[in-house]
Design a protein around this ligand. Structure first.
Ligand code: NAD
Length: 353
């Protein structure tokens, strides 16, 4: 179903402000959810709105930013997000990292006591828009076992690196350390579809294509086996361990509505022009883009894409078309609206943003 972008934006803002969230903070979460759905990363779009609202109603996510800095020296800062929304904490942390990079060449803001922050590219792209390279990491609830293990000890911790180009779109790698994200398994369940082989295993460690078996007692599989596990572990160190926050088995699921989450993030901005002239950087990166885009294609392939390009093309199309929402997602959004005393959403004709 297609929902007019302006309509869902307004709906989302109203849900958060109804809970007492300041308008500018509600707009940050809405923008992050919108960006995910526009890029067709539906697993991290408006589908997550009801769980954020429920967690706010239960006092597990602060409805007003409750942020303080334990360290704020030169290029470095350590933010205590005080259980604020992950999107608000993440946005403010990257904003500060960019300011620091403008001063010092690099800016690193490490964040503890935050919440699930949605798509990682939302924050790395903030740096790319300022002629900077953005590197963003986060830890999450453990979803994968160690290599040879049969117990969840490490998250499918996401990483995103965004680099500006002078082509139509920046290059942005945005990925989790599992073969897929847990959100995509949830989304497959929502769509009542099987998941591809290799995405996860059941509680006995056996491969499965049933989303329910991964969600209920099973595990996601790490991308590239030990290599993915190693990277996920290093992200855990650069987030939960480096901030003095929670890590690994200390982090409960966002769907456990009895406990606070304590997620940590790592927001790094590198100001390119402090290292080399911007013109040289853009000349080089555009040449790199050309090497890749114009490289010899495998048989049957009509186009070679760069990381983030497919999502960019989808975003461009969906800004015209509207946001695609699954029937079950719309039902849960409308159920939540009713509880909040707000009007529900109805699918609309195709409209422009
Ligand atoms: N907040 C969290 O806790 C959390 C946890 C896990 C994942 N996530 C988010 O979930 C989203 C999905 O993660 P994922 O690992 O499933 O990503 P994915 O597998 O959909 O994409 C991974 C990367 O591969 C690139 N890519 C895909 N097809 C390509 C092609 N044909 N050619 C070139 N590049 C291509 C994409 O542009 C992207 O950069 C991400 O936005 C991630 O940040 C968030």
């Amino acid at each position: 179903m297609i929902i007019e972008a302006e309509k869902i934006k307004d709906f989302s803002n109203k849900c958060f402000t109804k809970l007492g969230m300041p308008e500018n903070e509600a707009e940050i979460i809405t923008e992050a959810l919108m960006e995910a759905d526009l890029r067709e990363i539906h697993s991290h779009g408006f589908m997550r709105l009801p769980i954020y609202v429920e967690r706010m109603q239960k006092g597990l996510i602060e409805t007003k930013a409750n942020i303080s800095y334990e360290t704020d020296n030169g290029a470095l800062a350590l933010m205590d997000a005080g259980y604020s929304s992950g999107q608000v904490a993440g946005y403010l942390a990257m904003e500060k990292a960019i300011e620091k990079a403008e001063e010092s060449g690099v800016g690193l803001v490490a964040v503890k006591n935050s919440n699930h922050f949605g798509i990682t590219a939302f924050y790395s792209l903030m740096a790319a828009k300022k002629d900077m390279i953005g590197i963003v990491l986060s830890n999450v609830v453990p979803l994968m076992p160690a290599i040879g293990g049969a117990e969840k000890v490490i998250g499918n911790n996401p990483i995103s690196i965004a680099a500006p180009t002078r082509t139509e779109f920046p290059i942005v790698a945005d990925m989790a350390m599992s073969n897929t994200s847990f959100g995509k398994v949830l989304y497959a369940k929502e769509k009542r579809e099987a998941i591809p082989e290799g995405w996860g295993v059941n509680a006995k460690g056996l491969p499965t294509t049933k989303p329910d078996e991964v969600i209920n007692g099973g595990f996601l599989s790490s991308v590239g086996g030990p290599k993915g596990f190693g990277l996920a572990l290093m992200i855990e160190i650069l987030t939960g361990v480096l901030t003095g926050g929670a890590f690994s088995k200390m982090i409960p699921s966002m769907y456990d509505v009895n406990q606070k989450q304590s997620i940590s993030h790592f927001m790094l901005a590198i100001d390119i022009k402090k290292l080399i002239p911007l013109e040289l950087y853009y000349e080089n990166i555009n040449q790199l883009v050309s090497f890749i885009k114009n490289s010899k294609k495998a048989q049957g392939v009509s186009e070679i894409y760069l990381p983030g390009e497919i999502e960019f093309l989808k975003e461009k199309r969906n800004k015209e078309k509207g946001i695609h929402i699954e029937e079950d997602t719309l039902a849960s959004l409308n159920k939540m609206a009713e509880q909040l005393g707000l009007s529900g959403l109805a699918p609309s004709e195709v409209t422009r943003l």
